[in-house]
Design a protein around this ligand. Structure first.
Ligand code: NAI
Length: 332
């Protein structure tokens, strides 16, 4: 099958080519994101493959149908960027990669937390200039602290296990209580109790209508003063202006984010030579107690191999209707 890949960076292509070895699809890689202006690049292809920030809105889906393209593979797990009712109506089939190394994202959340707590990013800059002072670099022992985990699915569970290994008390909030996690020491509590008690709060739930701006002004006010907040899930879980205000007042001690509401306009592109036309993102990147990474939680060798393998297999399933599809991959 001929497939146009959008938002496809050079670091992804070797993984996709290797996974395609025994499938023989014809892959065309575009570095451009999928937009109303770039959708025409897919003319003549039988399918497209997109990434986390390529919006599959109704107008874009309609444009694809105009090009006779009704098969889409997502190279990611989340599908909040898909207009599912529109895809249904238009007879479009969409598959995703339901899981790829939850450890990659969980370990990145831990990396953000450790860097913020022990100020390794500040120390790195200082020692590069032969400044070997310690002023302002003091952190705290994670051992014995209470760590709140919102969403204990694959990634949240991996994060909770790491935190238990650090000697933390893990307080979790999820509608589904994992017996396995409870057995190893995780305590499930209502959200307000997790917020009130956690020294560190890490978000691992999906972006859904009921989790949009889950961490808003009132949630922040309910948190333990000075708590650290980590978000590797989706940007819109945070009400960013409210978070900025909480950072200003000290209600929030530090913030580590791998995701940002509105990241589609900026992440995966180089903005270093021009002003950033987003005051909130600009504020976040310049605060000393905030660490922003550009949606790289998934970015490990193991996860890239898994994403490529499942994506190419999904394309083969879409092409050959007789192959049974893993239900977990089906978006529409
Ligand atoms: P999962 O589906 O295994 O787990 C999600 C958990 O959240 C489930 O246990 C579910 O019951 C829970 N949940 C749903 N609504 C909730 C709510 N209102 N409050 C609390 N918990 C709720 O998903 P997985 O694989 O663990 O991924 C979690 C999220 O991580 C994804 O939705 C995605 O947004 C994000 N992600 C980020 C990546 C990155 O590179 N930074 C890469 C992959 C995923």
């Amino acid at each position: 099958m001929t497939v146009a890949f959008y938002s496809c960076h050079t670091y992804e292509q070797p993984f996709l080519d290797a996974a395609n070895h025994s499938h023989n699809h014809q892959l065309t890689f575009f570095s451009q994101p999928l937009t109303p202006d770039t959708v025409a690049l897919a003319a003549g292809q039988q399918a497209i493959c997109v990434f986390v920030n390529d919006p599959l809105t109704r107008p874009i889906l309609q444009a694809l149908v105009g090009l006779r393209i009704r098969l889409i593979a997502l190279r990611c797990a989340g599908y909040n960027q898909v207009d599912i009712p529109a895809a249904h109506e238009l007879g479009i089939r969409i598959l995703r990669v339901p899981a790829y190394s939850p450890h990659a994202v969980a370990e990145h959340a831990v990396a953000l937390l450790l860097a913020l707590n022990r100020k390794t990013y500040l120390a790195y800059q200082r020692t590069k200039e032969n400044n070997f002072t310690l002023d302002g670099l003091m952190g705290f022992d994670l051992c014995g602290k209470r760590v709140g985990v919102v969403g204990t699915g694959k990634i949240g569970a991996a994060f909770a296990r790491i935190m238990l290994g650090f000697g933390c008390h893990v307080l979790a909030y999820d509608n589904i209580h994992s017996a396995v996690l409870q057995e190893i020491g995780v305590t499930y509590l209502p959200l307000n109790e997790v917020l009130a008690n956690a020294d560190v709060l890490s978000l691992h739930c999906p972006l859904l209508p009921d989790t949009h701006h889950l961490i808003n002004a009132s949630a922040l006010a309910a948190m333990k003063p000075g708590a650290y907040l980590i978000n590797t899930s989706r940007g819109a879980l945070l009400d960013t202006p409210a978070v900025l205000r909480a950072l200003e007042t000290g209600q929030l001690g530090a913030l580590g984010v791998d995701v940002y509401e509105g990241e589609d306009d900026f992440f995966y592109a180089d903005w270093s030579d021009k002003p950033l036309p987003d005051a909130n993102l600009n504020a976040l990147t310049h605060l000393p107690n905030v660490l922003v990474t550009a949606h790289q939680g998934f970015f490990t060798r193991e996860a890239m191999e898994q994403i490529a393998r499942v994506t190419i297999n999904n394309l083969t399933c879409l092409e050959q209707h007789q192959i049974p599809i893993n239900e977990a991959t089906v978006v529409v």
